[in-house]
Design a protein around this ligand. Structure first.
Ligand code: SF4
Ligand code: SF4
Ligand code: SF4
Length: 264
């Protein structure tokens, strides 16, 4: 099955249960957000009397993964685009390359990485469960299922209720197609969707091409690889040092108590 999510904006009541479920399952700090952030992987926007849940589109040909020089972002067998935080070097190529402006950078952290929705791949999809956000939606406004089946369902809804929907499934072809799809009662451009995104994928934006073109990119990557190694090494050393320090302190304490135990 190629996983998909159908967000039908005519059914969304703006309750925010999806956003809360995402925060909970991913241990993200609580709080209402009005945009995607490193700690907010989905939220509910409101424009033209319409609630709009924003999230990663999970592109069929993800530009974010193709430009990542260390393979931190990858497309899984389900179609979910995941990232491995331990590999991320914080270069932000994915942030710049994403046609939907999805990945967000941890500007406030000492060792920042980028973050985004991972379609609950590790925590739910691999166990055969649907994403936490779609599971809690009380109205079926966000549906999980096979992408092809969701497309057929979306076409049926438009065909049977043409007065309720604009005749377009957003994500069917944008950027080569996405696993997350939208139906809307209002033209997508009025709801802040990127309608200038072309239908073909963005194959020229790959790390292989980027690394061969401007010298500065490959030079920058080499520097970032080096920095990443140094940072990781320092973290490992700090952890090792603190473990050793604790062990030394325990030995010293034992030895002191042993020495002081016998009165002279
Ligand atoms: S929407 Fe952006 S971050 Fe999400 S898979 Fe597509 S390119 Fe990657
Ligand atoms: S699929 Fe999972 S990670 Fe993505 S928005 Fe929903 S709950 Fe969050
Ligand atoms: S849980 Fe469903 S109805 Fe509630 S805000 Fe999210 S998508 Fe809309």
């Amino acid at each position: 099955m190629r996983a998909g999510v159908l967000n039908d904006l005519t059914k969304c009541i703006g309750c925010g249960a999806c956003a809360a479920a995402c925060k909970q399952i991913n241990n993200l700090p609580r709080g209402k957000a009005s945009q995607l952030e490193a700690d907010t992987w989905t939220y509910v926007d409101y424009r033209h009397n319409t609630f709009i849940r924003r999230m990663c589109m999970h592109c069929l040909e993800p530009t974010c993964a193709s430009v990542c020089p260390v393979g931190a972002l990858r497309k899984t067998e389900t179609g979910a685009i995941t990232y491995d935080a331990s590999r991320c070097i914080g270069c932000r190529y994915c942030v710049m390359a994403c046609p939907f402006d999805i990945p967000k950078y941890q500007w406030d952290r000492a060792l920042p990485i980028t973050q985004k929705c991972v379609l609950c791949y590790e925590k739910r999809l691999k166990q055969g469960e649907e994403p936490a956000c779609t599971a809690v939606c009380p109205t079926g406004a966000t549906l999980f299922g096979d992408r092809d089946a969701l497309i057929r369902e979306a076409e049926r809804r438009i065909r049977e209720n043409p007065e309720q929907y604009v005749p377009h499934i957003y994500g069917l072809r944008e950027a080569g197609g996405t696993s997350v799809l939208y139906l809307s009662p209002v033209p997508f451009e009025e709801l802040g969707f990127k309608t200038g995104v072309r239908d073909e994928a963005y194959p020229e934006l790959t790390w292989g091409v980027l690394s061969k073109t401007p010298f500065i990119v490959s030079f920058g990557a080499a520097v970032l690889f080096g920095l990443s190694w140094v940072i990781n090494r320092r973290i490992q050393l700090a952890a090792l040092t603190s473990v050793e320090a604790v062990a030394d302190a325990e030995v010293a304490a034992e030895s002191e108590s042993g020495e002081g135990g016998e009165p002279q």
